[in-house]
Design a protein around this ligand. Sequence first.
Ligand code: GTP
Length: 741
Amino acid sequence: MKKMRIYEYAKEHNLSSKEVIQELKQLDIEVANHMSTISENTIRQLDNRLNKGQAPKQQSEQPEKKKEAASDQKQNKKQQSSNQNNQNNQKSTQSKDKPNQSKNQNQSKQQNNPNHSKKNNKNNNRNNNRNQNNKGSRNQRNQNNNQKQQQPPKKQEMPSKITYQGSLTVGELSEKLGKDSSEIIKKLMMLGVMATINQQLDSETIELICDDYGVEVEEEIVVDKTDLENYIVEDNEEDLIVRPAVVTIMGHVDHGKTTLLDSIRHTKVTEGEAGGITQHIGAYQIESNNKKITFLDTPGHAAFTSMRSRGAQVTDIAILVVAADDGVMPQTVEAINHAKAAEVPIIIAVNKIDKEGADPSRVMQELTEYELVPEDWGGDTIFVPLSALQGEGIDDLVEMINLVAEVEELKANPEQTASGTVIEAQLEKGRGSVATFLVQNGTLKIGDSLVVGTTYGRVRAMVNDLGKRVTEAGPSTPVEVTGLNGVPHAGDRFVVFTDEKQAKQIADLRSQKQVEEDRGSSAKVNLDDLFEQIKQGEMKEINVIVKADVQGSVEAVAASLQKIEVEGVNIKIIHTGVGAITESDIILAAASNAVVIGFNVRPDGNAKRTAETENIDIRLHRVIYKAIEEIEAAMKGMLDPEYEEKVIGQAEVRETFKVSKIGTIAGSYVIEGKISRNAGVRIIRNGVVQFEGEIDTLKRFKDDAKEVQTNYECGITIKNFNDIKEGDIIEAFVMEEIERT
Ligand SMILES: Nc1nc2c(ncn2[C@@H]2O[C@H](COP(=O)(O)OP(=O)(O)OP(=O)(O)O)[C@@H](O)[C@H]2O)c(=O)[nH]1
């Protein structure tokens, strides 16, 4: 039988360990790092994959069978455990709010896993017996005593189930299981994992060990309820039903956004609502062919994006209004880029076709430059010619919105507690804080306790877009809400909590957090400390906005930026334009976490102020290559560091001492370089690596040493390895970060 570590295989095949790990990934085999062992079977698969017939070198044989089995078992288990984890995740999140459901799921989980249920039954029986025994007549107690005498005393009863958060050390796991840590360490060794008592175990290993003992294990996912922006209560697929699309209208000044909104509302709302006195609440709903559509009433991409910059993705479909007599204008392009950055489908409303000089095909032609190509021309963008003023084409537009909505499969669960986004809010005399909410999931009800932004409250009254009082509002419904204790911002997320006290606590915690965040600066992309940001956030794409004095420069800068080739990092130019850097550019940058590059242009006053408050990095240049150089340097820093192994020294084992509590001490002589306490080591015997691991102790005479140089003697013990022999070479190595080119 053959076994190999990743780095050995890599060396033998002239590859880097990283490449081998990637190849393994392609084979659906996950390994921890370059030290991981791969089985013969895997080696064969790798060989086939790499199309290299030669067999890798032979290695020691004994523990292989077990390890291979374990590794195969691990693979299988991994599959199972990942399935289970999914269930668990769901369960944990749900169990917070729905304890009953969690119980049911628990049962079904046991049913799904015969192994578990069998072993658990055993445990249950044991527990039942114990309970009966404990009921306590003297006879029974005597019986118990007899049993005790017959059975060897047990240290601690093994639980039928354990829970944990994140990970456990070997010691913690053994405690939870009521086992000796040495027993767990032995089990781990059989699974090919060398571990010490303080070593952290990942969830997969914890599951393997627990499974071996027939103990059910559940990872508790900790949900941060104060993180409203990311707090999601999971829904079961079968509870989801189709919800109305939420639409925003965008376009250049005077191209007819307001007229279109009014026209749609007028033709559609009044249809079913006798006398329909409409009320402006920031959004309205229409119904056509039994399908509802929600329109956000604040036209324009700046409002759309400023909401997005608060983390709210509200819009499902963007309508881009382009006047047929005017064509594509600067704000048309901005709107396109804002919608694209939000990854929202775009429908083009070619407006004012009633006007003399209207030329819809010119609009189509111009938009092809922005990858908006009509279906008739082989693209997939829907164009609807219309006259917002005269009402012509409005029905077609509504029909197209319904069509796109259907494709998007927009769904929500009306049975859930409500969550959504603030569309607008203000303080009104006599009414207090008045906010329009767009319910995005669940159903909002009178009396619900909720947190929104940093405020909380109870829904006192709700009014819909027709000015009618309502008692509840389902998904995609806009409602005006009173009862909040403060005025939230447009774009703030709201979440209903069943417990009012909890809502208040969360709101308090959020305001504290807000104060702290305001003190420190929020993490926006910044070229200066990009590397740090990347390390923390794993950013692999830099979003860039390019503004320049003339179109030629815009194109030149954009083209050069896109030519920068650095592996693993992309530049995405999300918007370009001629002229000063405007507030709208900054809002887009804030929402998309972008850097703004200005070439021969400056930000205007508003842009400067907003950039300061939003922490946007603006880079101004007068020479193109300087702009490019700067970004390129930042990108190189952006990459994950690459490590290379560097051998730092070798020591020869001259004598070995066996000490019962410590293990084997290798009395060694450093023959080259140095041996460091923190270095990795491998034991080489007759040119063959016997073991790779870490130093446990390094001593000069009786004292601990940090490192020992050439020509000095030292005593070395190796973690989890005692089979050291005279003549062995202990090779010390470190993993060094190397700079990418
Ligand atoms: N002839 C004609 N005029 C239209 C049409 N749609 C809008 N208009 C006119 O174009 C002008 C601008 O329309 P608005 O709806 O205010 O345009 P807007 O895009 O909302 O403008 P801003 O709010 O300034 O960005 C108004 O005078 C409208 O009457 C149309 O279909 N045909």
